[in-house]
Design a protein. Structure first.
Length: 363
């Protein structure tokens, strides 16, 4: 009972000066901020095998990200969903993912600087999987949110704040579940629960956040349209004060939209970014989108400009191993061969049909 009282007290009164910050009070005079959201970073067994570099005698994911890295490095902050646990041994693919820690190292070097870690695969390797994943991310000084080694960390580190004057952004992340694998007692995987979510949102509002981002792992796999449950939850989040809702989990791209109130744009919803990288190859799963969101503060209010970038996962065979490269749409004709031409054109055309005119394209 005393522990519950303490946790409730922390939720209400945890002081601003102790909050977790990314780039605390960084000196900048720009009133524009560019956020870049990337989808599910997956690691099936062939991807892990293909990442081994025999010359370096190390896992090397830099080639996989080399073509999209320039886009990442133009943004102020790049977000991705880490849909695997991390370790230095005993790697495995589907159905219980565990990837080399070098994956996170190379994501960071390529330009990703914030990861969400809660999704249906968070508990694939039990308590040790969560503990090791957070250990490696912390060792790399790579900010993250979504899973926590204990309840106090969850309370004191939620929301995760991004300070970039004049913006103070609160980042929240939630998942629908963990594939039926129970969360080890004492650890926390942040779940979709409206009472808990409302506490987090209200905390961000009290802490004077200029913007609130909710990353949500939700929906039905392989459906290119959001469910009514997704739409209701997105509407509820916006009604409570969240202005940016970013979805993942379906492994396919779903629509995105601006949120309009009267004649004013008050936020955006991206129902699913699809796969960023995976070994999936069926129609709609062999790529994804990233969303570039430019925020501008004008007279104390935020204005939004949203553009999307489609990217295709190129999986050529090299000495009987598959290699993996994320290819942005503008570069595809220069890099991909005729054999992949039909597939990547199909994926990009499908994606354009799903997105429609809701946002401009990034080139």
């Amino acid at each position: 009972m005393k522990l519950l009282f303490f946790l409730g007290f922390c939720f209400l009164f945890y002081p601003t000066y102790s909050q977790p910050w990314i780039h605390p009070d960084r000196n900048t005079t720009s009133e524009d901020l560019t956020l870049f959201f990337t989808g599910d970073v997956m690691q099936h067994a062939p991807q892990i095998k293909g990442a081994w570099d025999t010359l370096r005698k190390d896992y090397n994911y830099l080639p996989c990200f080399q073509y999209i890295s320039p886009y990442w490095k133009k943004a102020d902050y790049v977000f991705a969903n880490l849909e695997t646990t991390l370790s230095n041994r005993n790697f495995s693919g589907y159905p219980q993912f565990c990837a080399p820690w070098q994956l996170a190292r190379d994501l960071k070097e390529s330009g990703v600087n914030i990861l969400t870690t809660n999704n249906n695969h968070s508990c694939d390797k039990g308590a040790q999987g969560i503990k090791q994943t957070l250990y490696y991310l912390d060792s790399l000084n790579l900010p993250h949110t979504g899973t926590f080694t204990d309840s106090i960390s969850w309370v004191t580190q939620t929301p995760l704040y991004i300070r970039h004057y004049p913006f103070k952004i609160a980042l929240l992340s939630y998942t629908y579940g963990t594939n039926g694998i129970p969360v080890t007692q004492g650890q926390v995987v942040s779940m979709i629960d409206t009472l808990t979510m409302l506490r987090h949102i209200n905390k961000a509002i009290v802490d004077s956040a200029t913007n609130i981002i909710a990353v949500v792992h939700w929906g039905i796999e392989y459906q290119t349209s959001p469910t009514q449950a997704q739409k209701r939850l997105a509407h509820w989040l916006h009604s409570q004060g969240v202005d940016i809702v970013i979805g993942s989990h379906p492994h396919v791209v779903q629509p995105l939209e601006y949120v309009i109130s009267g004649q004013d744009t008050t936020g955006i919803t991206v129902y699913s970014l699809g796969n960023f990288v995976s070994n999936q190859s069926k129609r709609h799963t062999n790529g994804g989108i990233s969303v570039e969101l430019t925020l501008k503060r004008i007279y104390g209010r935020t204005r939004y400009q949203m553009r999307y970038l489609s990217h295709y996962v190129y999986r050529p065979l090299d000495n009987h191993l598959r290699r993996y490269y994320v290819i942005p749409e503008p570069l595809a004709p220069q890099i991909l061969d005729e054999q992949d031409k039909v597939l990547y054109k199909e994926f990009f055309n499908d994606t354009d049909s799903i997105i429609g005119t809701a946002a401009g394209k990034l080139f």
